[in-house]
Design a protein around this ligand. Structure first.
Ligand SMILES: [Zn+2]
Ligand SMILES: [Zn+2]
Length: 75
């Protein structure tokens, strides 16, 4: 199969396949493989560290800068 720039981006926390895609809502992602939806939290669910998320960026920070936990939360 020719790789024609298919954007295999973020790994889904649910099915662990790289099919997580941004939706038209800021900070929201949806896995097109398992259809789970996620949102980026502004604070880490693990250590509570706040993160300054550049919501305009398409390379949003999805992991905690402090402890490396995922900032994605299923919705
Ligand atoms: Zn998934
Ligand atoms: Zn953390």
């Amino acid at each position: 199969m020719a790789d024609t720039g298919v954007d295999l981006g973020l790994e889904c926390p649910s099915c662990h396949e790289p099919w997580l895609r941004p939706t038209n809502l800021p900070g929201r992602y949806r896995c097109v493989n398992c259809m789970h939806r996620f949102e980026i939290r502004s604070e880490c669910p693990d250590c509570g560290m706040h993160s300054t998320i550049a919501r305009m960026s398409d390379t949003a920070i999805l992991t905690c800068n402090s402890c490396g936990a995922s900032m994605l939360r299923a919705i």
